[in-house]
Design a binder for this molecule. Structure first.
Ligand code: GLA
Length: 724
């Protein structure tokens, strides 16, 4: 919803509980007046007029005491009297770098336009968009700030469009997707960080004067960081406090900053990483930034997460599976690695079917001559010898066991020892004259090259047309080095990282449109590209290659800060765990994997009868509760600081069923277990908890009885149902 105030100089963008307000000054500078809890107001221009002025800062436009650097700006550019970090840096053919943008006009419409070549959140009713146009008259350049309000979802999206109306090229050296200035700096910055096997740990630390910078230069959003940044109230916890957040719908190099200036103002930005980036914008052409999702919460991190989860499930993920419960799968990777034959796969599938699983996923090693990581990426033809016949025959036999069939691919890569590389050595990312570097024995295909894009679309289409494949795991197992493209002119080499992502999106768009029934799961050595850009095409992600139940606690809790549980692939694996050697009980492994989208990744044929029975029961139980987990609301019950205990609950859509889970990492001598207080129930309603009937107020204020752990890694789970 948009309200125009102050003679159409103030834009009040409103969603259910949040307001974002922009105001145009008489000089044509566009300012950010406010972002936060929804306001009722008739005029807001005074907020900017009231800002005090400091010394040693230039006046703007020769107006005494009109200091741009002290104003919260909507589009700060380089070369003016604001010497903080700009949102836009351009270089013109005359060598100049100054851009001076002033307001031109605005446009309001219902709905939202698709960003060319980029994932765009459009699928919701009642969306309203406002475009604010700025221009630089000297350079004949237009910059459009595009905000869309998703009223019911409490979400606002933003993107920026730069259009060159001059007759000469303009070089874009930096353009962010969102930039917001705050008149305060008393915040914590919150972000996700980690590494391969340790993704998405939530971090919170105080801001102080200077710049906090988070970025990826890896060609993918990366294991080490996520395209997400938030400023939080210093007292914020799971259920209280305010948080401002930006999440970028993008899968490549990004940069996010929180800059505190000398007068305790904060500038928060997120966008394509300006590192190794430059874009030649030809006359009459436009550059579209990826969009960001702006979410504000005034009730802590749980409310922030719930807003993201619902918005992403219902509006971002365009897959036909977005809101359908997902099949329980068995994946053969940790069960066999590369060492399998038909008999082994069928025995695994048979056990899986016996246990009630629904989807068999054949991971790496089914194609070309692939017996280890040294060969065959790029040759997506089934290895008949290894599969003991054709892939179609194997699929047929697996389907006869009552399972659907899924397949692993890593299409963006090529092995030097492959027919594809031998035929097209110039298709990889490399700088001619230098020996390209291998990682995991593979090169990255140059997805900026349309010939590569076409090849991938046709190879994978042929595979999906021929075989009865219900699911694809789309992997990406190395980052980009040797940044250079054979298909780009010298002046365009710095466009590669963004063009790679655009090429990938083009391929994914084509395949997901052509095969809407296929369930795609994205993976990049686990959560190395777990971002909204990938979720737009693929509604689930392999959260981490680390399958240890205890290691998964901070990974899944951190991931769930932004991404919905239905998108998190979580598998029960063997013990001792293959990544860390830890031994945890089947119960605890099940409880943790039920935090998301449950699967199994172990050799079921090696289980004892007792373990197999437990797995059977877990699968049956999960089928009963998966709708609560996958389509309900997640509420984290313990603070992330308390790393010895994790508890979380899911509330069903109709708020009648609750699944509560608790895991204690280490047992402690001589301690008395406290009770676990719940959140999100109805005070006055009554609930069945085991044998007992308790009111919501009891469960929230007195809580559930926790057992005293008699060993490390103990877990408990409760299914609570409302009674009439
Ligand atoms: C990556 C994935 C794993 C598995 C292997 C196969 O590491 O994250 O799940 O698919 O590749 O090579």
């Amino acid at each position: 919803m948009l309200e125009l105030l102050d003679n159409q100089r103030t834009f009040h963008i409103q969603v259910k509980h949040t307001s974002l307000v922009l105001h145009v000054l008489p000089t044509g500078h566009v300012t950010i007046v406010y972002w936060g809890k929804r306001l009722e107001s008739k005029s807001l221009a005074y907020v900017i007029q009231d800002i005090g002025r400091a010394s040693y800062i230039s006046d703007t436009d020769g107006i005494k005491d009109f200091k741009l650097e002290q104003l919260p700006q909507a589009m700060p550019t380089f070369g003016n009297s604001d010497l903080r970090t700009p949102a836009l840096e351009l270089e013109y053919t005359d060598g100049s770098r100054i851009t001076n943008l002033r307001y031109k006009e605005f446009k309001v419409y219902s709905g939202k336009e698709h960003l060319p070549g980029l994932p765009t959140i459009t699928s919701a009713e009642g969306v309203e968009t406002v475009e604010i146009l700025l221009e630089d008259c000297v350079q004949q350049l237009i910059v459009k700030l595009v905000f869309s309000a998703f009223y019911d979802y409490d979400a606002i999206t933003q993107s920026i469009v730069v259009t060159n109306l001059s007759e000469k090229n303009v070089t874009i050296e930096k353009v962010v997707s969102s930039t917001i200035d705050f008149l305060e700096a008393d915040y914590d910055v919150c972000y996700l960080s980690g590494a391969w096997g340790r993704e998405a740990h939530r971090q919170v630390r105080p801001l102080s004067q200077g710049t906090f910078l988070l970025d990826s230069k890896r060609g993918a959003s990366g294991h080490g960081q996520n395209p997400f940044i938030a400023l939080a109230d210093k007292q914020a916890n799971e259920n209280n406090g305010f948080i401002y957040s930006m999440n970028m719908v993008y899968s490549g190099n990004f940069q996010a900053i929180a800059e505190v200036d000398m007068h305790q103002n904060t500038r928060m930005q997120i966008g394509i990483n300006p590192f190794d980036f430059a874009w030649q914008l030809a006359p009459q052409h436009s550059f579209y930034t990826p969009e960001t999702v702006l979410i504000y919460s005034d009730q802590g991190y749980n409310q922030l997460s719930s807003t993201y989860h619902r918005f992403y499930r219902e509006c971002l993920m365009k897959s036909s599976h977005a809101e359908k419960v997902r099949p329980v799968l068995i994946n053969n990777w940790e069960a066999t690695y590369f060492d399998f034959d038909k008999a082994k796969l069928l025995s695994l599938a048979k056990e899986a079917a016996d246990c009630g699983m629904e989807l068999f996923v054949l991971d790496d090693g089914w194609f070309g001559n692939r017996a280890d990581t040294t060969t065959s990426l790029g040759d997506w033809r089934p290895n008949h010898q290894k599969l003991g016949g054709s892939l179609s025959e194997l699929i047929e036999e697996i389907q006869q066991l009552g399972l659907q069939f899924g397949l692993w691919v890593e299409p963006e890569m090529v092995s030097p020892n492959s027919d594809l590389y031998r035929a097209h050595p110039d298709w990889i990312i490399q700088v001619v004259g230098r020996k390209p570097q291998l990682a995991r024995n593979q090169y990255v295909l140059d997805l900026a090259n349309p010939a590569v894009q076409d090849y991938l679309i046709s190879e994978l289409s042929a595979l999906l047309e021929k075989e009865k494949i219900a699911y694809i795991k789309w992997d990406m197992n190395r980052n980009i080095t040797d940044s250079g493209s054979n298909c780009l002119a010298a002046a365009k080499q710095k466009e590669l990282s963004h063009r790679y992502v655009l090429g990938l999106y083009h391929v994914l768009e084509a395949l997901t449109e052509k095969f809407p029934e296929v369930l795609f799961e994205s993976c990049a050595g686990g959560g190395g590209r777990y971002d909204p850009g990938m979720l737009y095409y693929m509604p689930q992600t392999w959260t981490s290659d680390d399958t240890d139940a205890i290691e998964r606690l901070p990974i899944q809790s951190g991931t769930s800060l932004i991404y919905p549980p239905i998108s998190m692939g979580c598998h029960v694996s063997a013990v001792p765990n293959h990544q860390v050697g830890r031994i945890t009980s089947m119960d605890t492994r099940g409880i943790v994997a039920m935090q998301g989208n449950l699967g199994y990744e172990l050799d079921l044929t090696q289980l004892t009868a007792e373990e197999k029975q437990l797995v059977k029961e877990q699968v049956a139980h999960y089928k009963e509760i998966r709708e609560i987990v996958q389509l309900g609301q997640l509420i984290r019950l313990t603070e992330v600081e308390n790393q010895n205990q994790y508890a979380w609950l899911y509330r069903s859509k109709d708020a009648t069923s609750f699944l509560v889970s608790f895991v204690q990492v280490l047992a402690k001598a001589n301690t008395v277990p406290k009770r676990l207080k719940l959140t999100g129930l109805d005070d006055k309603a009554y609930y069945q908890v085991g044998e007992r009937i308790c009111s919501g107020s009891e469960l929230m204020n007195i809580g559930l009885k926790l057992e005293k752990p008699t060993a490390d890694y103990a877990g408990q789970q409760w299914l609570i149902k409302k009674v009439n």
